[in-house]
Design a protein around this ligand. Sequence first.
Ligand SMILES: Nc1nc2c(ncn2[C@@H]2O[C@H](COP(=O)(O)OP(=O)(O)OP(=O)(O)O)[C@@H](O)[C@H]2O)c(=O)[nH]1
Length: 599
Amino acid sequence: MSDTDTRDPTSLRTPIVAVLGHVDHGKTSLLDKIRGSAVIEGEAGAITQHIGATAVPLDVISEIAGELVDPDDFDLPGLLFIDTPGHHSFTTLRSRGGALADIAILVVDVNDGFQPQTLEALDILKRSQTPFIVAANKIDTVPGWNPNEDSPINATYDAQSDRVRQTLDTSLYEIIGNLSDEGLSADLYWRVQNFQRNIGVVPVSAMTGEGVPDLLAVMMGLSQRYMKEEMEIDVAGPGVGTVLEVKEEKGFGTTIDTVLYDGTIRADDELVVGGMNEPIVTDVRAILQPRPLAEIRTENRFEKVDSVSAAAGVKVAAPDLADAMAGAPVRVVRNRDRQEVIGEVEAELADIAVDTADNGVVVKADTLGSLEAMADALEEAEVPIVRAEVGDIAPRDISVASTADEHKERTILGFNVDVLSDAEQRAEIDDVRLFTDDVIYQVIDEYETFVEEMERAQQDTVLDNITRPARFRILPDHVFRQNDPAVVGVEVNSGTLQNNTFVVSWEGNEPTRVGQVKGIQEQGEDVDEARAGERVSVAIDGPTVGRQIEEDDELWTELPEKHAKILEQELASEIPGDELEALNMYLDKRRKRDPFWGK
Ligand SMILES: Nc1nc2c(ncn2[C@@H]2O[C@H](COP(=O)(O)OP(=O)(O)OP(=O)(O)O)[C@@H](O)[C@H]2O)c(=O)[nH]1
């Protein structure tokens, strides 16, 4: 009998642990290693597989961690690890306004260092104020590493050569530096005095198990020291949880995989679950847990149980769950006023609600929490949202997006979601652009690049249709024809001289139109325009040389007021510097008489 059995199991629940990190940095391997070690170390069945989670009890942790964990020092029952595959965003899941995970492990590959998803995970951890430690994984890949299976870190560290130790230290300090760049003070875990102020970095290998004893010891210590009070629950009370995933299950219809963090859920309970439109009130049909390993050969993967208590991962089958959302709250009604429970669920949903505008992009995400994270990031990027929903991108999302007036809003931004195949087709037909990724900032970056490119293309077409400023001078001894039209050699001083534009000369503050450009030739070839610095011959319809115009005269392209306004207010950064100079000189002249000209 282990000590845990003699304690009161009704008072403290298991802390919920999230493992997160960049793709391929080893989240699954680390969990597998912990699970594997637990199966080997503990008596068979000591760890329990939950739906979407694995519970590792204190006595097993103590077996794995050896002298690093003395079970007498702890009264928390162990750790509940949420499984990560496919749900890296579960870090955004909430429980009553806080993060669902009580504590987290951020896995960072020592060779790879910080990567986009590492930063994103860090951001979410910071925002939700979830305590966490960093597992610097894959230490066994340091060249020359001498592996010591399942060893605590200090023993295996001592067994390495100086060079190996130095290489590892360099990588570890790089990670500590990365954390510091993010405004977090961190150090190797054995140097950390106060884990609330400093992030502990634990070197580990998910492959050899080195450092895993330390990792478990630190997690256990951190939970016990800083989280004990939060773990005090009324185990027998009505269950409270968060939907991890909504799934069709053969023989059971729509089910919700739920992490229960408070109380108990029973097979005869009434539930209120957060839904797409309104809270769903339903009766539990079955509470399901995975079958123990020994019975895996049976047809059904699940077995029905009468009740489950927090903290646990369970599958709940009940009618009317089709509209349930990942990330939404789940509450047992039992002996309470149903309306009051509905009110609580509504309040929690309202707390995560996204502000929408009359116009904007459509946003889809895999859970309520990640939807909120997307909305926050979009608000920061000043991108308005017209509709935000949990779920894959479906044809009706395309319909919503396709009604947008602005092209840049005929878009759907999806985080960690799939695009249903008929939606993809509709998007093409309706010219709706889809942006999906499993890194929030990637989605937003791609979208912003798209908007920038589109706006640039639009400006280019505007520029094509606008008269460009130009200042040019008639060269002495370059009069080729007096009139009808006058043909003269000119040099463009600044700006772009275009064919068919009207030409003005300035006398004082008054522009006088002298004619219209009816042809530009450069070395005998017809051209459409001449840029600053170029010498060309120009045919000007209207004036006669010697009367309205003379050799050495300075002439200007006549700018319509509307064009001048667009150039100054919208395109100033798009046009070349010399053209801007010509524009400003032109505006100065104009505004001497009329200060509001072109404004
Ligand atoms: N040498 C070595 N390889 C490792 C270690 N941990 C993980 N790997 C390898 O790295 C690869 C990725 O590991 P996973 O556990 O799948 O990574 P993950 O972070 O869960 O990846 P996703 O679930 O796809 O996000 C696999 O090939 C693992 O075998 C380690 O400590 N040492």
